[in-house]
Write a protein that binds this ligand. Structure first.
Ligand code: ZN
Length: 283
């Protein structure tokens, strides 16, 4: 039996926990070898109240938080070593070492190297909107898609990593717009502006989310809800998750303990549904 192996390529320290952390926790607990590659150092992130002192050495603080979180999830951490870019229009985008300024071929090569070393059957990254249009998230999608296809091709990046290896499936982390609409409704009920969501108030919730028919994989992680919460809490400088902390815990678990993904490769028709990213793999 082949060891089931998963590699996620995500933008920031915290995306692995605030994002599909429940899926990682579940697969790790079920014996899958889970690898998480984080592209940037998170240096351009803002800090939660009480963490103002961490501003100067944010990359260092976040590296430690990330290490702890990935440990809690039961996964292995890799980093791509880029500098955090800011959100759209942020001057941090202009920094020469910013992820968005990276040479694309070179960046693709870094992901190819990881794929050839780790040999995962399943790859996860952000979707082409990056979830909420963050340039670093979009950049992850931009480099991971070609890396997925190049890793198995001996003619591409011949000098990078061990032997070519072709992963079987590529998924994009994304959430349904029905879910988003529901939360917009709740935000409005609470008198909050859904176009200014998040600690930086830079996320327009009315623009995010994917049509349900384009979501193909639904991963239930109710059993690992607490693991995801603990991993998110490890990112204390980023508020530790809990954007929905005002909802009762039981309701949160019921509504939120499921990650959704688009299957990019091999392609499937709209309306296709699966409950396991590894169905038929390594069995
Ligand atoms: Zn992010």
């Amino acid at each position: 039996m082949t060891k089931r192996t998963l590699l996620a390529v995500l933008a920031h320290p915290d995306d692995e926990s605030f994002g599909p952390g429940g899926t990682f926790a579940r697969y790790a607990a079920e014996g899958v070898d889970v690898h998480i590659a984080i592209a940037t150092d998170g240096a351009a992130g803002s800090v939660a109240a009480g963490y103002e002192d961490a501003r100067e050495k944010l990359a260092e603080v976040r590296a430690q938080e990330l290490k702890n979180a990935v440990n809690i999830l039961g996964a292995t951490l890799h980093t791509l070593g880029y500098r955090d870019s800011g959100y759209i229009g942020d001057p941090a985008n202009e920094h020469p070492e910013a992820f968005v300024q990276a040479d694309e071929q070179e960046a693709i090569g870094r992901v190819v190297k990881l794929i050839r070393e780790i040999r995962p059957q399943v790859i996860i990254t952000h979707d082409e909107t990056g979830g909420y249009f963050h340039p670093d998230h979009i950049q992850c999608w931009k480099i991971t898609v070609p890396a997925f296809h190049a890793a198995g091709d001996p003619a591409q990046f011949p000098d990078i990593g061990p032997a070519p290896f072709q992963p079987e499936r590529l998924y994009f982390s994304a959430f349904p717009n029905t879910w988003v609409k529901f939360f917009i409704f709740l935000f409005r009920l609470r008198g909050q502006d859904p176009t200014k969501f998040g600690r930086n108030q830079d996320i327009d919730m009315t623009r995010v989310g994917v049509a349900r028919s384009k979501l193909h994989a639904f991963i239930n992680y109710r059993k690992y809800w607490e693991v995801k919460q603990a991993a998110s809490a490890a990112h204390a400088s980023q508020g530790g998750g809990g954007a929905f902390g005002w909802l009762p815990k039981s309701v949160q678990k019921l509504l939120l303990a499921r990650d959704t993904f688009m299957r990019a490769y091999p392609p499937v028709p709209n309306g296709y549904r699966e409950k396991d990213l590894f169905k038929g793999i390594g069995e």
